[in-house]
Design a protein around this ligand. Structure first.
Ligand code: NAP
Ligand code: MG
Length: 497
């Protein structure tokens, strides 16, 4: 492999295994079927590693291990201080292996190494550290009652959690799922995305090193319709936490009904990013770029519908297109790269398909609008950063999640029009507002039906701040203290005094 010379030796070692096995009950095992699948480097299309392909039988073993670890294992009896220390150790280990994890993430997903280093890996560590702080703060209440009784509540873990994550932030979303679940005392079966299983598997090794008992976290790579569906159907799973497409989210909700599992869903988006003419235009251009091109646009909360006040529209679109056209595209390992490849051939086809749809619908390509097959990029899944103008909010490119580096610029008349158009979507994950008028900032932030609103910024996250959707972007809030509600249930205890 041509890139190998530049990699950490630990990464080479990790990739060199004949098969990357799955973690079940504290052991690294092959699939019961013996099957494997390849995970590719999206910058080159080359095979990075061969991975054990979990299916229903493997999921069943993993769920039974998680069940045993929950019902009878040492995990639930562990003292809070010890569990807290364990979560802190996981954070420390992620940081100690930061460079290795960053390189693995960039190789498997395609994202730039700068982003893996500055966003994915440190945020994953921060998430474990944040939830370590909650372990000894999960308190119940004592409730007013007739004096013949004493009534109090306990916050108990939900049980076995099936966690299904996508490929856009593989390590970080594993942390978003595992950290709060473990802090609350649950056990987990995690299914990473087929495109990007590597950092989750490496994280599994670090969890073992940190001292997570056998069976508490099981990691089963495999495909959605087989491994994922088996997890959703398994009667011993108490809860499903899913991040991914709205389509699969609906399927998961339907399937979970049979066993009445608790479900939380973090799904797609078509987020409005609204720029008023009174905004700091330079900051807004930069914010619009970050909003839509970060992670090659493969972000559920990407600001893909860019609403610009009519009198600023043309100038803004021009400036945006000029900067987008100058963003260097290449392998994520190249320090010059600002836009890497999409994750897979499938995503490449999906995104370029939408570029054609946009053109057919009559939108104008200001820049980009096609695959990038420049020298050296021919075999990777590169799409040029694309700015469409002449877009109406009812066009497919303004209604459907594209999940690529594509922005639709749409003019608006005034504040009411911006809110009306901004809310005219099935989704409600996030929104941006750019203005110097503080009253307007507050009004629009309240009026937009979305789980997160960024004012004069975009894509800002912190483990302390909740994240999740309105409408078809799903329900349940991850991060912050709200995730504790996803992973606990309340028991009311009555005592006759
Ligand atoms: P997806 O199918 O929703 O995949 C997300 C996760 O769900 C993956 O682990 C997937 O397994 C699994 N899965 C798929 N079908 C399942 C089923 N029937 N039961 C249980 N689990 C299942 O997303 P995708 O196919 O990777 O991407 C398609 C589109 O979804 C994207 O273009 C984008 O629009 C959207 N998306 C949104 C997000 C987000 O953060 N909101 C993330 C990724 C994608 P596999 O790995 O085998 O597919
Ligand atoms: Mg899929």
């Amino acid at each position: 492999m041509g890139i190998a010379a530049r990699l950490e030796s630990s990464v080479e070692r990790f990739l060199a295994a004949p098969v990357r096995k799955m973690l079940i009950d504290g052991k690294w095992v092959e699939a019961a079927s013996g099957k494997t699948f390849d995970t590719l480097n999206p910058a080159t299309g080359e095979v990075l590693a061969r991975v054990a392909e979990g299916d229903a039988e493997d999921v069943d073993r993993a769920v039974r291990a998680a069940r045993r670890a929950f019902d009878g294992g040492p995990w639930r009896r562990m003292r809070p201080a010890e569990r807290e220390r364990l979560l802190l150790r996981i954070a420390d280990l992620i940081e100690a292996h930061a460079e290795e994890l960053a390189e693995l993430e960039t190789l498997d997903n395609g994202k730039t190494l700068a982003d893996s280093r500055s966003v994915d890996v440190p945020s994953a560590a921060a998430t474990f550290r944040y939830y370590a702080g909650w372990v000894n703060k999960l308190t119940g209440d004592t409730n007013p009652s007739d004096e013949a009784f004493f009534n109090f509540t306990l916050r108990e873990p939900v049980g076995v959690c099936g966690q299904i994550i996508p490929w856009n932030f593989p390590l970080l979303l594993a942390a978003w799922k595992l950290a709060p679940a473990l802090a609350c005392g649950n056990t987990c079966v995690l299914k990473p995305a087929e495109q990007t299983p590597l950092t989750a598997l490496r994280l599994g090794e670090l969890l073992e090193e940190a001292g997570v008992p056998a069976g508490v976290v099981n990691i089963v790579p495999g495909f959605g319709p087989t491994a994922g569906a088996a997890l959703v159907r398994h009667p011993m799973v108490d809860k499903i936490a899913f991040t991914g497409s709205t389509e699969v989210g609906k399927e998961i909700q339907r399937e979970s009904a049979a066993t009445l599992k608790r479900v939380s869903l973090e799904l797609g988006g078509k987020s409005p990013n609204i720029v008023f003419a009174d905004a700091d235009v330079e900051a807004a251009v930069e914010g619009a770029l970050v909003g839509v091109f970060f992670n090659q646009g493969q972000v559920c909360c990407a600001g893909t519908r860019l609403f610009v006040e009519r009198k600023l529209h043309d100038e803004f679109a021009e400036r945006l297109a000029k900067t987008a056209a100058g963003m260097k595209q290449g392998s994520g390992l190249d320090p010059e790269t600002r836009i890497g490849p999409l994750v897979s051939q499938e995503q490449l086809e999906r995104v370029t398909g939408y570029l054609e749809i946009g053109k057919r619908e009559g939108a104008r390509v200001l820049t980009g609008g096609e695959r990038n097959t420049a020298k050296g990029l021919e075999r990777g899944y590169f799409v040029k950063p694309t700015v469409f103008t002449g877009v109406r909010n009812d066009m497919r490119i303004a209604r459907e999640e594209i999940f690529g580096p594509v922005v639709a610029v749409i003019p608006f008349k005034d504040e009411d029009d911006a809110v009306l158009q901004g809310n005219d979507t099935l989704y409600g994950l996030a929104a941006g507002v750019w203005t110097r008028d503080i009253g307007r900032a507050h009004r629009v932030a309240r009026a937009i039906r979305a789980g997160t609103v960024w004012v004069n910024c975009y894509n800002v996250f912190d483990p302390a701040s909740p994240f999740g959707g309105y409408k078809e972007s799903g329900y349940g809030r991850e991060l912050g203290r709200y995730a504790l509600d996803l992973y606990t249930q309340v028991k009311s205890v009555w005592l006759r005094v």
